[in-house]
Design a protein around this ligand. Structure first.
Ligand SMILES: [Zn+2]
Length: 410
């Protein structure tokens, strides 16, 4: 199992490219996953020298994108030249440090794109446009990501493009300081996550779906929550409600099928664009769960297009991890597995610290499932000592934990 870590270009610009690459090699990492673009963030970088807090309100592109390759959505480059120089510098020197270069590419959480091209934004059933997120079915969104990933793969010796967020996220994902004071049941939240942008509506109408009728039923159901008496959402449990609606509402079934098609189309277009410029570079997706916990890409439908898939919380979701393992092992050509390992970040339920028993259990589970690599989150946000202990622990577990010798049967 290879050991990687995510890294922000702004941290490399602050610390120095040679210093970071040398440190990663000396710590025992075998590669880095460097961000090509990024979403809105305010981050504390304890390892940085001249900037401890990095802030971006809309996100940006962090490599010198070549504008003649793009169509309607124009890359919004980060304005600091020293940060933009990081990618070419890393690409030039990464081989000297015997490190592999992957990208960390953010998908639908790109507020700058929604600001530049409002039609790319997701639209709630209520008609509200959400600038935090994009719709993967929008052709301009697909054009941009296909162009950006191909641009990066063509310029730099990248082996894997890790796409984070290529499906429809939860309806609040990316909201700035969200304020929701009424109780929303998971069922109501799920309904609100359905995208009714012009692209999604067109796609559904082309399949004969009564989009306006479906939208009216969805909004009426959401308003049962909004207008309820008392303090709680009267909606029933998500699983039962969704099953009931899917059974009786063919328009909803068709609408969800269109949404899945849109995500598969997005992944396929990006993969084909990358393949067109590089024989070595593959793409990686999140499945069956995406970064925010919402459904990711339908893995079975893109197995022949991808090189790797993220494994999500193997101890919390063992059945999902086993299914990913079985599907990837049976794929031809083989599809790799990358285990996402955070250290800290308790707000999202991740083990807090290298010594946390859960941290060790997650790594052990990933090793037992035969993950090809682990990507630690992330270089600039952690102390050097934490990185060192992560690597030491992982190497120790690799020696003592048996990994599978044969793929489990499907
Ligand atoms: Zn949409």
């Amino acid at each position: 199992m290879k050991l990687h870590t995510w890294a922000y270009p702004w941290d490399l610009a602050s610390i120095g490219v040679d210093a970071v690459l040398g440190e990663l090699r000396d710590l025992g990492f075998e590669g880095l996953d460097l961000a090509t673009n990024y979403h809105a963030i305010t981050a504390l970088s304890p390892r940085a020298r001249n900037r401890r807090v990095f802030n971006s309100e809309l996100g940006a592109v962090f490599f010198p994108a070549r504008f003649d390759r793009y169509q309607k959505v124009r890359p919004q480059l980060w304005p600091e030249a020293d940060v933009l120089r990081v990618w070419p510098q890393v690409a030039e020197r990464v081989g000297k440090f015997d490190l592999r270069l992957h990208t960390w590419t953010i998908g639908m959480f790109q507020p700058w794109i929604a600001h530049q091209c409002p039609d790319c934004a997701r639209v709630l059933p209520t008609g509200d446009r959400v600038v935090a997120g994009l719709c993967p079915g929008n052709v301009d969104v697909q054009d941009f990501f296909a162009a950006m990933c191909a641009d990066a793969a063509d310029q730099f010796p990248i082996e894997l493009i890790q796409i984070e967020g290529s499906a429809f996220p939860k309806f609040t994902y990316g909201w700035v300081r969200p304020r929701i004071l009424i109780e929303l049941s998971p069922w109501t939240e799920w309904l609100l996550s359905l995208c009714f942008c012009d692209s999604c509506c067109r796609r559904a109408r082309a399949k004969g779906i009564d989009v306006d009728g479906l939208r009216g039923r969805v909004v009426a159901e959401v308003e049962r929550c909004f207008e309820a008496q008392g303090d709680t959402d009267p909606a029933g449990p998500l699983t039962e409600q969704r099953a009931l609606w899917l059974e009786r509402d063919p328009d909803l079934r068709g609408f969800l099928a269109c949404a899945e098609d849109a995500v598969v189309e997005f992944v396929t277009r990006v993969a084909d664009a990358v393949k067109g410029v590089s024989t070595r570079c593959k793409i990686q997706i999140w499945s069956p769960v995406d970064v925010d916990g919402s459904p990711g890409v339908n893995l079975k439908r893109v197995l022949d297009r991808i090189g790797s898939v993220f494994m999500w919380r193997p101890t919390s979701h063992p059945e999902q991890a086993a299914e990913v393992r079985a599907l990837t092992a049976a794929a031809k050509p083989r599809v790799e597995i990358t285990h996402f390992q955070a250290c800290g970040w308790p707000a999202f339920g991740w083990p807090n610290g290298v010594d946390a028993p859960e941290f060790r259990k997650e790594l052990e589970a990933a090793i037992k499932l035969g993950a090809d690599r682990v990507s630690f989150y992330n270089y600039g946000l952690l102390r050097r000592d934490q990185l060192r202990r992560m690597v030491t622990l992982t190497r120790s577990l690799l020696k003592n934990t048996a990994s599978p010798t044969a793929a489990p049967a499907l």
